[in-house]
Design a protein around this ligand. Structure first.
Ligand SMILES: Cc1cc2nc3c(=O)[nH]c(=O)nc-3n(C[C@H](O)[C@H](O)[C@H](O)COP(=O)(O)O)c2cc1C
Length: 193
């Protein structure tokens, strides 16, 4: 792939919060996951593990996130359309047919934990870009972790795993405008130039 194509995919990725119900073929999901595994990882431990969730478990995961979002909102009847829209997205994951949950090994030592989390986050970023390349929508989410005990129960997670992020996966039913980006001047300090 020439650099420009990669750059185009990087700029085309959006957080998608509305999906078509069409199923995503398992082979396609596997291809995206395989691309994610080309991420660098600390000590090449390839710390990632991915749960690919569909059906009632995915619905349960969405409902858990919905309750978190609803908790932080005014009661029904007092919400503006934007809040209602966001709640609808949360409760259903925008109707996505699949959710992917990225896991890292739970580790007590802070340096190792950081290395593990960064490795899995990097793979997750690869996953999102590969999905974009396949015309699929995603949305990096950590909001569902705000009730991590419930999410762990839904997914029957063992104690030796930590949840890093969740994304819905499916064919987009919206094409949102790009969210604004800060200028390089705001986020870069050049040292020694
Ligand atoms: C670490 C992280 C956590 C996020 N958590 C959520 C989330 O819980 N719910 C959600 O709707 N979007 C979530 N997002 C998506 C961001 O809102 C989105 O990336 C940002 O607004 C920029 O938009 P873009 O992804 O379309 O470029 C998260 C993104 C990141 C990187």
């Amino acid at each position: 792939m020439v650099a420009l194509e990669l750059y185009a995919a990087m700029k085309a990725r959006r957080s998608i919060r509305k999906f078509k119900p069409d199923p995503v073929p398992r082979e396609l999901i596997a291809r995206i996951l395989e691309m994610a595994t080309w991420s660098p990882s600390g000590l090449n431990w390839q710390q990632w593990h991915f749960l690919v969730v569909t059906g009632p478990k995915k619905d349960e995961l969405a409902r858990s996130y919905g309750r978190i979002v609803e908790f932080g909102m005014p009661p029904a009847g007092q919400r503006n359309p934007q809040q209602e829209g966001f709640l609808q997205w949360a409760k259903t994951l925008g109707g996505a047919p699949v959710a992917i949950v990225a896991l890292s090994p739970a580790h007590g030592q802070p340096g190792t934990r950081k290395m593990n989390l960064e490795s899995v986050a990097s793979a997750f970023s690869h996953l999102l870009l590969a999905a974009t390349n396949e015309g699929l929508g995603t949305c990096w989410m950590t909001g569902p972790l705000d009730n991590e005990p419930e999410l762990r129960k839904v997914l029957a997670l063992p104690d030796d795993k930590e949840i890093v992020a969740v994304t819905p996966l499916g064919y987009p039913a919206e094409s949102p405008a790009a969210a604004p980006r800060k200028s390089l001047d705001e986020v870069v300090t050049w040292i020694g130039f």
